[in-house]
Design a protein around this ligand. Structure first.
Ligand code: ZN
Length: 137
């Protein structure tokens, strides 16, 4: 039951609409959900890809982390998101073993609980950890 899976790949773009001309118009992917995550100042479009998804991220304003990323690096892969069975336990284990966790778990797109781990601890990739959906018995 301790399966870790790729939940999604986050791609920073200047315009979701422009990016969808490729991903949707040319490649044929569909948008399953759109959302604005206010506390991240980011607009999100989720495109299912098998058991995973692509997450297109567009800044709402220049203050957003995605806006700063675009200014510095341009469009491209922003983060990799892994789904873990127990986010609190994973965070605690990483913390005690010295990994650089960027924040406490927060609610993001789709109401999922998530946190980010600094690239310095992960081989150079901004890593998002997401809580596995809880089964409601
Ligand atoms: Zn993400």
């Amino acid at each position: 039951m301790s399966t870790i899976r790729i939940d999604h790949l986050g791609i920073a773009v200047r315009s979701i609409e422009d990016a969808l001309r490729f991903y949707s118009g040319q490649l044929g992917m569909t948008v399953a959900a759109r959302e604005t995550v206010e506390h991240e100042n980011v607009r999100v479009a989720m495109l299912p890809a098998g058991e995973s998804r692509l997450e297109l991220l567009e800044p709402v304003n220049a203050d957003s982390a995605i806006g700063k990323f675009l200014d510095k690096r341009g469009e491209g892969l922003h983060h990799v998101a892994l789904r873990v069975p127990d986010l609190e336990a994973a965070a605690e284990k990483l913390r005690t073993q010295g990994a650089r966790i960027l924040d406490e778990p927060r609610r993001g797109a789709g109401g999922h609980l998530y946190l980010f781990v600094h690239p310095a601890s992960t081989g150079g990739v901004l890593l998002e950890l997401i809580q596995e959906e809880q089964e409601h018995a």
